[in-house]
Design a protein around this ligand. Structure first.
Ligand SMILES: NC(=O)c1ccc[n+]([C@@H]2O[C@H](COP(=O)([O-])OP(=O)(O)OC[C@H]3O[C@@H](n4cnc5c(N)ncnc54)[C@H](O)[C@@H]3O)[C@@H](O)[C@H]2O)c1
Length: 394
């Protein structure tokens, strides 16, 4: 299957993700068709691309002629809803439209009829089932998940997600192409949240839990995770950056997709912020206040608190990573790679478990489980097995 640099790549949806993906594909040398039913979105994407390439030239990372040539490879289109005639020459379509299963299914159904039978149809969905989207098509074997992270031109990780019916050669071709774009790919099974959005849930939720219990305030929890844990950002400042509405929606969708397993239950603090419109940096306020002149609380820099907070968050995170391995969501190496390249964790969680000792993580989880009696702290059977057998993950 020819998915090389000569392939025309169509990107459907010119919002945050589509615009970034189009930029990455054009930079890799492809002719790109960027289409959105909303003309305003296409114009915004064009302006964002012009600015991004001008910055590359300014910083000396690209010469003006190459920047112009790259921009020249992107065609901006505003087709009517479901009108994909202009995308007919694409060998790969990456869909990045609204996160709505029915809309995506209707779109894929029409897309496959507009394209060559050999074209690959990819979805950038964060939380929907790739299998369900593919099932809308006659050729479900050509549908695959290609999940970029935001901002797509900056973050190296891409999760490749085959659905139940996806042909292995389609998965392999998608992976090879995205590798050729200079990205780091991992393969994830088509399960809720794939790798990163599944395993990263407790980074936010355990912090919310510690806050709701009154153990520490938000600034202190962020400080402990940055300082004791070596994370670049604390969970509260990161939620404010991502947007509390988006983060809360992902929490809800993962919770629902896991059949309301209490392990994934979202927290009221986040729901309240969303109800109040305090969405984070984009609205000027969230967990913290970003308005001019605002004064935010200083963390309580206490060693006792750091020792109470960080190992607890890490134990729950490691448990999520081990459980993903247990359920064969991805390989050990891909799980660790995904968290370091997709969300900048200082270390892969399985490697981290080995460094600390899986027994210590299990002990901490069992303590929390005994104290609260909640499924949230239920240790993965694999963690228990590894400890029982005196093994490590690597
Ligand atoms: N934002 C993120 O952090 C992120 C990260 C990874 C994946 N995703 C996924 O990427 C997809 C897009 O997310 P986004 O944040 O870029 O959304 P967005 O709202 O910024 O952009 C979506 C764009 O799709 C267009 N659109 C909607 N319906 C359309 C249709 N039927 N045909 C053509 N265009 C249509 C809209 O006009 C809009 O410009 C979603 O599936 C989302 O889950 C988002």
């Amino acid at each position: 299957m020819a998915l090389d640099r000569n392939a025309t790549v169509a990107v459907l949806g010119a919002g945050t993700m589509g615009s970034g993906i189009a930029q990455v594909a054009a930079t890799a040398g492809h002719q790109v068709l960027l289409a959105d039913t909303f003309a305003g979105a296409v114009e915004r994407a064009r302006a964002a691309h012009e600015k991004a390439f001008a910055r590359e030239v300014e910083k000396g990372r690209l010469d003006a002629a190459s920047a112009a040539a790259t921009l020249g490879r992107i065609r901006y289109l505003t087709p009517g809803p479901g009108d994909f005639l202009e995308l007919a020459s694409a060998q790969l379509v990456v869909e990045a439209i609204v996160e709505d299963l029915e809309v995506k299914k209707a779109t894929f159904k029409r897309l496959e009829h507009a394209l060559e039978p050999t074209a690959v149809l990819a979805t950038n969905t964060s939380s929907l089932s790739v299998t369900a989207i593919g099932a809308a098509c006659d050729r479900a074997e050509r549908v695959v998940g290609i999940h970029f992270f935001n901002p797509a031109p900056v973050l190296p990780l891409v999760e490749i997600v085959p659905g139940v019916a996806t042909a292995p050669e389609v998965t392999a071709a998608a992976r090879a192409l995205i590798d050729a774009w200079g990205k780091t790919t991992v393969v994830a099974s088509d399960t809720p949240g794939f790798i990163v959005n599944r395993i990263a849930r407790p980074f936010y939720s355990e912090a919310l839990r510690i806050f709701e219990e009154g153990i520490a305030d938000k600034a202190t929890i962020d400080w402990a995770i940055r300082d004791a844990g070596g994370f670049k950002m604390g969970p509260f400042e990161l939620m404010d950056l991502i947007g509390n509405d988006i983060n809360y929606a992902v929490s809800l969708s993962v919770f629902e997709a896991f059949g309301y397993d209490p392990r994934y239950r979202p927290f009221l603090t986040q729901k309240k912020l969303v109800e109040a419109g305090l969405l984070g940096r984009k609205t000027g306020r969230g967990h913290f206040d970003y308005r001019a002149g605002a004064v935010n609380p200083e963390p309580v820099r206490s060693n006792d608190l750091a020792v109470e907070i960080f190992p607890r968050v890490l134990a729950v995170l490691v448990n999520a990573a081990v459980d993903a391995l247990f359920w064969r969501v991805a390989t050990r190496d891909d799980i660790d790679l995904a968290m370091t390249k997709g969300v900048n964790y200082p270390k892969g969680l399985l490697r981290w478990a080995d460094d600390i000792g899986p027994g210590q993580i299990l002990e901490r989880l069992d303590q929390l489980h005994a104290e609260y009696g909640e499924d949230r702290y239920r240790a993965s059977p694999l963690l228990r097995r590894v400890v029982r057998e005196g093994r490590t993950f690597y």
